[in-house]
Design a protein around this ligand. Structure first.
Ligand SMILES: NC(=O)c1ccc[n+]([C@@H]2O[C@H](COP(=O)([O-])OP(=O)(O)OC[C@H]3O[C@@H](n4cnc5c(N)ncnc54)[C@H](OP(=O)(O)O)[C@@H]3O)[C@@H](O)[C@H]2O)c1
Length: 246
């Protein structure tokens, strides 16, 4: 068996398992399998590789993307740049970490806003996905500020922006990397003065379920261009497959 899989906690209803199972079927790879490995604590990571000698690669999801790197033999430049790995490839007896979230965000954003984009970005949230977004924006030479619930995590808190709503008019691109609005909490939304949004601002939500989040709906109401995280998700999965076949 040629085994791949996803580690995280929780991993139920995973997009990745569906994606790779369909891909293996399409490519007639009957001996390939993609498993969900629910792993609450990362100290179970070495035992997983010992248990499955046929394991070739893993995707990594919440909450392990940052801490998993200390279990790896090597990190690709993408994982070093982000400080987190969401793909692991076992090759030549070594475990190598990559970050395909970062590549996928960069590619999907570039295709969406085009080469001529000029302006600043505002990133909502300071977790693992935020770090991938920061690396992507840096590559594209797009300056950014971050919003966090606390003073520690960013340049602004939501309360500061609400107290000075004109701050938000400076940003041409707003990227939601928080889980607010994700199924089943479809109604939740980052706390921002949306009525200040200028027409034509780009609203990128990393969430893909629901297809149109409350954040996107509110942006649309004030004339923003909107995009969800589905393309990023598909691109990161395709890049994982490229890595495992390299
Ligand atoms: N489309 C894709 O391919 C893709 C890839 C990766 C992630 N994602 C999505 O991105 C989202 C975040 O993932 P992640 O791995 O970065 O998660 P994470 O590490 O838990 O970070 C999320 C960040 O959002 C902020 N946050 C959390 N709960 C919040 C709340 N109740 N109110 C306001 N802010 C809150 C926090 O930042 P502060 O503490 O600074 O406020 C936190 O660090 C998830 O919805 C995930 O599905 C999508």
């Amino acid at each position: 068996m040629t085994r791949f899989g996803l580690i995280g906690y929780p991993v139920g209803h995973s997009y990745s398992q569906n994606f790779f199972t369909k891909k293996f079927k399409k490519l007639k790879l009957k001996d390939h399998v993609y498993d969900l490995f629910e792993m609450e604590f990362l100290n179970e990571f070495p035992a997983l590789w010992l248990k499955h000698s046929d394991l070739h690669g893993l995707n990594v999801t919440v909450p392990h993307k940052e801490k998993v790197v200390k279990y790896l033999d090597k990190q690709d430049a993408s994982a070093i740049k982000v400080g987190a790995a969401n793909v692991i490839y076992k090759t030549g007896g070594q475990l190598i970490g990559y970050n395909t979230d970062y590549m996928a965000f960069r590619e999907s954003l570039k295709a969406w806003i085009g080469d001529g984009f000029k302006g600043e970005a505002l990133i909502l949230g300071s977790g693992g996905a935020s770090k991938a977004v920061q690396a992507g924006l840096t590559d594209l030479d797009i300056p950014y500020n971050q919003v966090s619930r606390t003073n520690k995590g960013g340049d602004y808190t939501y309360d500061q922006i609400k107290a000075n709503p004109e701050i938000i008019t400076r940003f041409k691109l707003i990227v939601n990397t928080t889980p607010l609005g994700m199924y089943p909490n479809n109604e939740s939304i980052p706390d921002l003065p949306y009525n200040q949004i200028k027409k034509g601002t780009y609203f990128y939500d990393l969430i893909y379920n629901p297809e149109e989040t409350a954040f996107m709906k509110e942006g649309k109401k004030y004339g923003a261009e909107i995009k969800n995280g589905l393309e990023m998700l598909e691109l990161q999965a395709e890049r994982s497959w490229d890595i495992w076949n390299s």
